[in-house]
Design a protein around this ligand. Structure first.
Ligand SMILES: *[C@@H]1O[C@H](CO)[C@@H](O)[C@H](O)[C@H]1NC(C)=O
Ligand SMILES: *[C@@H]1O[C@H](CO)[C@@H](O)[C@H](O)[C@H]1NC(C)=O
Ligand SMILES: *[C@@H]1O[C@H](CO)[C@@H](O)[C@H](O)[C@H]1NC(C)=O
Ligand SMILES: *[C@@H]1O[C@H](CO)[C@@H](O)[C@H](O)[C@H]1NC(C)=O
Ligand SMILES: *[C@@H]1O[C@H](CO)[C@@H](O)[C@H](O)[C@H]1NC(C)=O
Ligand SMILES: *[C@@H]1O[C@H](CO)[C@@H](O)[C@H](O)[C@H]1NC(C)=O
Ligand SMILES: *[C@@H]1O[C@H](CO)[C@@H](O)[C@H](O)[C@H]1NC(C)=O
Ligand SMILES: *[C@@H]1O[C@H](CO)[C@@H](O)[C@H](O)[C@H]1NC(C)=O
Length: 428
């Protein structure tokens, strides 16, 4: 009897110590033992079993961080761009791309995150969603010293409800909103039109489609199908204030093209996220002239333009919003950081500030937009967009009445409306 007890004790301690030595659960173990992750597990099993198997047998030498959406996150996908249509249409290829975007290369625990954003490469590399060298990125930040936040396409914000769950291949953060694979430049620029002024980009977007001779606009085509682009996009107010100068420039399409090209950097080592931009960085633009970054007073400036919003992720790179139009004829403009608004570099010789953003009649057509009525949030909450809680996002139509019109701005009314707005475009 005594011997049996000793033997039992020994084998118990043997079992304990061997299980301690190898105690980190597998990926599947964590998912199946966490009630809130059952939809994530089912979705992986049904739509991407290969990814599940791969994550379950990762070599410890190359850990990953899994952003694991909880069941509530999957239940609200209908309100979100990209992920909403993918799930409601049962588009398995798109679902696979979405799932793999939740795998972040490297181990990024909450204590490794910084109070400023970092942009981490993910495993999403399909060029439809990730025409960027090194894999599509997600932003990660530690806010208020405790909140773990990830940002993705269309400024989607995902909050970790539970961080740092160890598994054999790395760590898992349980998030409250799926990360959204970035959309194209036009789709991303359209989205923000109805939100705060610092995001309004339809004027610049329209300018890239400017085509008085009705040919496919070269810049718009390039921005759609070139990898590793960085777009420094002046907001609508910035274009409005120099409307007269732009109208003069537009009389000479190649001068306008050069001005627009001066806002674009292609390649040059990959997309330039804000974390890559430090004081005195110079970048050669598509126009051939260089721009200079200045870091001062907690802001980044491009020449003399202040970066109002940084790091809007797009399929093929990243976009930063400026408060001033840049000019390739004034490459040495420097900011006055103490001024809230920088002095325009284009001289407004003719014309006055426009009451409407110029070039918007050239915006692309067939813009399909999801209206995330229930999901639109303001500021701190998780969700899609940075807008106010009362207005949704809609495609801004471009009709001027010349060749038919377009649907007007669509406001999100009923909760859960999935609005598909096909605006009749008017290419003059
Ligand atoms: C990339 O994703 C698209 C859209 O989801 C899909 O049609 C295509 O087959 C994918 N390409 C590859 C190489 O997996
Ligand atoms: C992930 O990081 C490893 C190094 O830790 C690197 O070898 C690999 O190429 C990276 N993979 C992706 C998809 O970024
Ligand atoms: C788990 O689900 C419950 C019920 O929806 C929710 O209140 C809780 O915040 C979730 N926890 C995590 C870590 O997702
Ligand atoms: C049409 O305009 C574009 C620039 O907007 C220019 O590149 C192209 O050469 C023009 N084509 C013709 C036929 O004039
Ligand atoms: C660019 O892509 C958008 C969205 O996919 C599309 O609506 C637009 O027609 C494209 N424009 C060009 C010039 O290729
Ligand atoms: C990605 O970029 C490459 C190179 O710039 C381009 O040739 C290709 O068409 C782009 N792919 C997509 C899907 O836009
Ligand atoms: C930006 O920084 C990341 C690391 O933070 C680096 O991997 C990448 O190469 C940098 N890109 C450029 C264009 O310098
Ligand atoms: C930033 O760079 C500029 C040159 O572009 C230089 O004059 C200035 O001293 C630098 N500021 C800091 C804080 O290093």
């Amino acid at each position: 009897m005594f011997h049996t007890l000793i033997a039992l004790g020994l084998s118990l301690s043997f079992l304990l110590s061997s299980s301690l030595a190898d105690s980190t659960p597998s990926f599947k173990d964590v998912l199946s033992s966490t009630a809130n992750l059952s939809t994530f597990l089912n979705t992986l099993q049904n739509s991407y079993p290969d990814l599940l198997a791969q994550l379950n047998s990762l070599p410890s030498s190359s850990p990953v961080t899994i952003l694991a959406p909880n069941n509530d996150a999957f239940a609200k996908t209908v309100y979100y761009p990209v992920v909403g249509p993918a799930f409601s249409n049962g588009d398995e290829a798109a679902i696979q791309n979405i799932l793999i975007y939740h795998v972040v290369n490297g181990s990024h625990s909450s204590k490794d995150l910084l109070p400023t954003f970092q942009y981490f490469p993910t495993w999403l590399s399909n060029a439809t969603f990730a025409n960027v060298t090194g894999g599509q990125r997600v932003g990660g930040v530690l806010q208020n010293g405790k909140e773990v936040i990830f940002t993705s396409g269309q400024s989607t914000r995902s909050r970790a409800l539970q961080a740092d769950i160890a598994f054999a291949g790395g760590i898992i953060h349980i998030i409250d909103t799926l990360v959204t694979p970035p959309t194209s430049f036009p789709q991303t620029a359209e989205l923000f039109d109805t939100t705060t002024e610092s995001f309004q980009l339809t004027s610049f977007l329209g300018a890239t489609y400017y085509s008085p001779n009705k040919t496919v606009p070269a810049l718009a085509a390039l921005l759609n199908s070139t990898s590793d682009v960085t777009i420094f996009a002046p907001n609508n107010a910035a274009l409005e204030v120099v409307n007269g100068a732009l109208a003069d420039l537009a009389k000479n399409p190649s001068a306008l093209a050069k001005l627009l090209d001066y806002h674009i950097v292609v390649g040059n080592g990959g997309p330039w996220y804000s974390t890559n931009l430090t004081n005195a960085t110079t970048l050669t633009t598509l126009a051939g002239e260089t721009i200079t970054i200045t870091s001062a007073s907690n802001s980044l400036f491009v020449n003399s333009a202040r970066m109002l919003t940084s790091d809007l992720l797009i399929v093929n790179g990243v976009m930063h919003v400026l408060d001033n139009v840049l000019s390739p004829d004034d490459t040495s403009a420097t900011p006055v950081p103490s001024l809230a608004t920088q002095v325009p570099v284009l001289s407004q010789a003719s014309g006055v500030k426009a009451s409407e953003a110029p070039f918007t009649t050239f915006m692309p057509w067939n813009v399909v937009t999801i209206l995330p009525a229930a999901a639109a949030t303001s500021g701190g909450k998780s969700g899609y967009g940075q807008g106010s809680a009362t207005t949704g996002y809609g495609a801004q139509a471009t009709g001027t009445g010349k060749v038919g019109g377009g649907a007007g701005r669509v406001s999100a009314g009923a909760m859960g409306v999935v609005g598909m707005v096909v605006a009749a475009a008017v290419m003059l």
